[in-house]
Ligand binder design. Structure first.
Ligand SMILES: *Cc1c(COP(=O)(O)O)cnc(C)c1O
Length: 233
């Protein structure tokens, strides 16, 4: 079922990305598709692999761990952790995530640093910034991001690859666009102002709004529903 569904959906999703990239003069090859399999069974993951998708996302560490284990060391998969990580789970996040999209507080950054002191490769992370202004969302405020960036960049066991944002749940296309644009502006500003910041990734865009996110510069779109259909819960 998942395989057939992907065969049907994937070409259209790729087309949407290509068209949105073209509208803003971007190279569609700079937009990676992260297949968010949360809430779907292993069959969804198998179908993603069968269709050549290598970037897989989960929003809970437990589910990521379970699925990663079941993939028996499929080396081609890059595991994206896109959801909030509690401080006490920092060691698991470091072990399991190939890219942590949701570095959403200084506290978490410091916890991750403590667990990474033993050496080994730095953990690739994106700093999550709340650019929608919704108070219920995780992430740094724009001002909090500016203030915290130097400290985060100084943590040797983290490698900051860029920024991430979550758009509000709305059909207001202008509000969605502003949320994405704000993230790109913060990113450009940081590139200018902070020489140690060499981020190149902008993780933004979900099933409902990824066309706008690509127009506004997204390099990582996180798609669940658009690829796999509605989740059970
Ligand atoms: C669930 C989730 C997604 C995918 O959402 P869809 O609307 O199903 O595409 C993307 N990012 C995060 C952080 C999520 O939790």
């Amino acid at each position: 079922m998942y395989s057939r569904r992907l065969a049907e959906k994937l070409p259209r999703v790729r087309e949407t990305i290509a068209e949105a990239a073209a509208r803003s003069g971007r190279d569609p090859a700079r937009v990676r598709l992260v297949a968010v399999t949360k809430g779907h069974p292993m069959e969804a993951l198998a179908a993603a692999r069968e269709h050549g998708l290598t970037d897989v996302g989960e929003n809970r560490l437990e589910e990521l761990e379970r699925k990663r284990g079941a993939m028996n060391g499929d080396e081609a998969v890059r595991w994206h952790m896109v959801g909030h990580v509690q401080g006490r789970k920092a060691p698991r996040a470091r072990e399991l995530a190939g890219l942590l999209h949701s570095l959403d507080s200084l506290k978490l950054a410091r916890r991750l640093e403590r667990t990474g002191r033993g050496g080994g490769d730095p953990l690739p992370v994106l700093i999550q910034v709340n650019t929608s202004g919704e108070t219920a969302k995780h992430g740094f405020s724009p001002d909090g991001f500016r203030e915290s960036l130097p400290e985060i960049l100084g943590l040797e066991s983290l490698r900051v690859e860029g920024l991430m944002t979550m758009a509000p749940l709305t059909d207001d296309r202008e509000l969605l666009r502003r949320t994405f644009r704000r993230l790109r502006e913060l990113h450009m500003e940081a590139r200018e102002a902070v020489s140690e910041y060499r981020g190149v990734e902008l993780s933004m865009g979900m099933s409902n709004d990824y066309d706008l996110a690509v127009e506004e510069g997204s390099t990582l779109v996180r798609l669940g529903t658009a690829l796999f259909g509605e989740r059970a819960q």
